[in-house]
Design a protein around this ligand. Structure first.
Ligand code: AMP
Ligand code: MG
Length: 402
C-alpha cells in the first residue's frame, strides 16, 4: 500500500468540476417513432394554430346565434373530415358531429340534446361561441410549445405529430463503455471459487446508465493487469464518448485504473470527501471523452454514479435539468456524520400528514446493496462530529416518491 497523492476534493466541488468539463453532444434528426425519451435539441414552435379550424366539441347543430329561439331548416351536415361546403344562411342549421368544422356563417353549436330533432328549434338563450373549439384555442400559430432540453414523452410526441413534425432534432445519446475490474470477479451464473465474488457492479451500472439515457457497450471483466486493462479500454474508446469502470481506484497495489487514466488523459479528481465513494476518479480523455473510475464497493459505485455520472450523462444529452429533484424531509432517525466527508445516507420515505419522513435503510456499509435497494432518497449529511438529530428537516435527493 502507498498513500494516495491525490488531494481530497470537496464533493460539491468535484461534481461542479465534472460538469464543467462535460460537453453537450451533437444533435441528430430522428423519426417520431425513435424519439421517445430523447431530449429536444431545438425549441419547437407551432407552424400553425391548433385547432386549425373551428371544430365542434359536441354532436348537434351548427347555427347562427342571431337565430336564437327560431325554428331552423337543416340544410346539410358537417362530420369530422367531411365539412359542410358553403356558407350557412339565416334561418338554417347544419347537422354537426364532434370534430366537424363549424361552417362559415355559423357562430355557435347547439347540442343535440337541446333541440327537437325533426324541427330544429334552437333555444332562445342561444349564445355565440358555444360548444366548439376556436382556431388557435389549444396552440396559437408561432407559439413556443416545447423548449430545447425537454425530454420527449407521450404528450410531447403527440404534440409534435399534431403540429406536423414527422422528425425531430434530438441530442445524441451518450455511448458508454462499461467495464468491471478485479481479479476476484466472476461472471454471474458462474460458481465463485475460493476468494472470488460475482461481478454485480456491471449489472447495477448497466441499469443505471440505461435509465440515464446512455447507449451502453459492456466490456466485461478486466483483470488487475496493466496491459490487459489498457488493451480492453483502448479498443473500446474508439466508439465511446464515456468510459465507466468499477473497482481498481483505491490505493492498493492492484489498483491500476488511476495510472491507466493518467496515461490516457488528465485525471481531475482522484479522491473526494464523500462517503461512500472516496476513491471516485474522474478524467478527461482526448476528443472530449470522459472517464469515470467508480469505486469497487457496490454501494459506492452506485452512489458516485448518482452524484457525479448521472448529471454528466444528462448534460451530454442536452437535458435542461441535470439533477434529481430535492425535497425537504424530516429525519426519522439520528444521523451520525463522518468527520471529514459528506455522507449520502440511503433512506425510505413515509408520508406523515403534509410531510415526508425519512427512515434509514439500516446498515450503511458500502458493500451492503440492501441499503440502496428500495431506497427512495439520498440524504446529505454534512461532515463534522455533530450529526443530525431525528426531527430535523434536511434536503433529500429524491429517487422515487412513496
Ligand atoms: P476495489 O475498489 O477494486 O478495491 O474494490 C473494492 C471491493 O469492491 C472489492 O474488494 C470487492 O469486494 C468489491 N467489488 C469490486 N468490484 C466489484 C464488482 N464488479 N461487483 C461486486 N463487487 C465488487
Ligand atoms: Mg479491485
Amino acid at each position: 500500500m502507498r498513500a494516495s497523492t491525490y488531494p481530497l476534493v470537496d464533493a460539491e466541488e468535484a461534481a461542479g468540476l465534472v460538469l464543467d468539463r462535460t460537453p453537450v453532444l451533437p444533435s441528430e434528426r430522428v423519426a417520431l417513432g425513435e424519439a421517445a425519451g430523447r431530449v429536444l435539441a431545438q425549441d419547437m414552435r407551432a407552424p400553425s394554430a391548433l385547432p386549425a379550424f373551428p371544430s365542434s366539441a359536441v354532436d348537434g347543430f351548427a347555427a347562427r346565434s342571431a337565430d336564437a329561439g327560431k325554428t331552423l331548416r337543416v340544410v346539410g351536415e358537417s362530420a369530422a373530415g367531411r365539412p359542410f361546403t358553403g356558407t350557412l344562411q339565416p334561418g338554417t342549421a347544419a347537422r354537426i358531429l364532434t370534430g366537424g368544422a363549424v361552417p362559415d356563417g355559423a357562430d355557435t353549436v347547439v347540442m343535440v340534446e337541446d333541440v327537437s330533432v325533426d324541427v330544429v328549434t334552437v333555444p332562445s338563450n342561444l349564445q355565440p361561441g358555444t360548444n366548439f373549439h376556436r382556431p388557435g384555442a389549444d396552440v396559437r400559430a408561432g407559439e413556443l410549445v416545447l423548449r430545447a432540453g425537454t425530454q420527449l414523452g407521450a404528450a410531447e410526441l403527440g404534440l409534435a405529430a399534431a403540429l406536423g413534425f414527422a422528425n425531430v432534432d434530438v441530442y445524441r445519446r451518450p455511448r458508454v463503455a462499461l467495464m468491471s475490474t478485479g481479479d476476484e470477479l466472476v461472471e454471474v451464473g458462474q460458481e465463485p471459487g475460493p476468494g472470488q465474488i460475482v461481478d454485480s457492479n456491471r449489472w447495477a451500472l448497466l441499469a443505471a446508465l440505461r435509465e440515464a439515457g446512455a447507449d451502453v457497450t459492456s466490456l466485461g471483466i478486466a483483470p488487475d493487469q496493466r496491459e490487459a486493462l489498457r488493451s480492453v479500454v483502448g479498443g473500446a474508446l474508439e466508439a465511446a464518448d464515456v468510459l465507466v469502470t468499477s473497482g481498481g481506484v483505491s490505493v492498493g497495489t492492484h489498483d491500476l485504473v488511476k495510472p491507466l487514466l493518467e496515461s490516457l488523459g488528465t485525471v481531475h479528481v482522484g479522491r473526494v470527501k464523500l462517503k461512500p465513494g472516496k476513491p471516485f476518479t474522474f478524467a478527461t480523455l482526448p476528443q472530449g471523452k470522459l472517464a469515470f473510475g467508480l469505486p469497487g464497493f457496490p454501494v459506492s459505485s452506485l452512489v458516485t454514479f448518482e452524484v457525479f455520472v448521472r448529471p454528466a450523462l444528462r448534460k451530454l444529452q442536452g437535458f435542461a435539468k441535470l439533477q434529481r429533484p430535492t425535497l425537504p424531509v424530516r429525519l426519522g432517525y439520528d444521523a451520525r456524520a463522518t468527520a471529514d466527508r459528506t455522507e449520502y445516507q440511503r433512506v425510505t420515505l413515509i408520508r406523515q400528514g403534509s410531510e415526508l419522513v425519512a427512515q434509514t435503510t439500516g446498515s450503511q456499509s458500502s458493500s451492503r446493496l440492501l441499503s440502496l435497494a428500495g431506497a427512495q432518497a439520498l440524504v446529505r449529511i454534512a461532515p463534522g462530529d455533530q450529526g443530525v438529530k431525528a426531527g430535523t428537516v434536511v434536503e433529500a435527493m429524491i429517487l422515487s416518491l412513496p
